[in-house]
Design a protein around this ligand. Sequence first.
Ligand code: BJ8
Length: 433
Amino acid sequence: MAENESVEEYDYHPMWEGLGMDVPAHDGLLGAVGQMYGSMFLTQKNRPASTSYLDFVASNIHSGRIKEMLDKKASGEAKKIIGSFCLYVPEEIVTAAGGIPVGLCAGADWATDKVEDHLPRNTCPLIKGFTGFKLGRVCPYIEASDLVVGENTCDGKKKGYEFFATQKPMYIVDIPNVHDERTLEDWKGEVKKLARRLEEECGTTITAESLCDAIKLANDKRRALQRLAATRAADSVPISGLDSLLTIQAAFMDDSARLTGAINAMADECERRNAEGAEGAAPKGAKRILYTGTPMAVPNWKLFNIIEKAGGVVVGEEACTGSRYYKDLVDESGTTVDQMLDAIAERYFKISCAVFTPNDQRMADIVQMARDLHADGIVDCSLQFCTLYEMEAFNVEKAAEEAGIPFMHITTDYTSEDAGQLTTRIEAFLETI
Ligand code: BJ8
């Protein structure tokens, strides 16, 4: 669907019914998210005009985009829709096999009572979120996925997938948790096994040509995101953290080529703003925050909204919904499928997830980003019950202290219950830095 086509005219209810969704509940979810979007995004001042693409994505994400994917499948242009929950699942291989990759992490609580029949109450909200979206049948991406690729990362996901596999066909990728030569070789083997599984699922053969095209497609998207991220070093910051976060969130769902064009248009406009010394989305001198921590899935915009409504501005995200998604490219010099799969494995192996031990590269990345983006402070955030990021917060604090960068740690969930308390803490932090 083109950006200028009206999403109002088409009735998507039969499509959602056809996917087996709980349509009235889904209508309620869309209404609540729409309201949140209006109060958080549309009230921002001085947004770049090109962020209208994000409004298009937000209004289209559960409707036109789903229809577009289903139409592609019906026409044979795409073979299968492949869902995943982790940055470690290479989208290049899904695309090369003829699949459409989609991210399934959920950023809101849903059907919590049903979830707690299968998972402990004190499970991380991200895991409870996607389980609840499935049990409540309110996510068209989950329902449209033919295969879901999970991964052995944190304990919660590993065990949560055992239940999720009773609801959807799943394939699990084994992710190492140590970075060394032996684990890199193991990981290359896993990547090749995944490629074979996806070929089987899609009934296709990955060729050098299809893989080369898929690598280029993803690299182009990452290059565009790198350009946009670099513009945020300016004072005044040309684009808000909220809009930047939504851009990355869209990267897990939207059509890659179309989104790349839109991100490049945003980067063009932000570069122009900076060159002209024009006022951006935040005034000059606004307190600059580097976010680091657990990923933020749609519609988890709470913390960024609080920081920016308090007068700060998020200038970067060291997270899977941030720099880890775009900072490294896949080497494009391979000519055989084998070489390209190795290059993909090498690129993904650099992702500094807290599941790795030790995870010194993440500390170095955080400090480097804070310096490059002239951050006044670091806000490190863990979702409640995420042991990995909660434990690693002590190392992040130490790295920030050694670098002389003010630091605060937050533990939160998907409810709005702590919004008042978080606002007070963030305001106090912004005042002290
Ligand atoms: S590569 S960060 S996307 S695993 S917040 S579910 S870790 S208990 S999401 Fe992640 Fe891949 Fe790592 Fe990135 Fe568990 Fe923590 Fe919940 Fe988490």
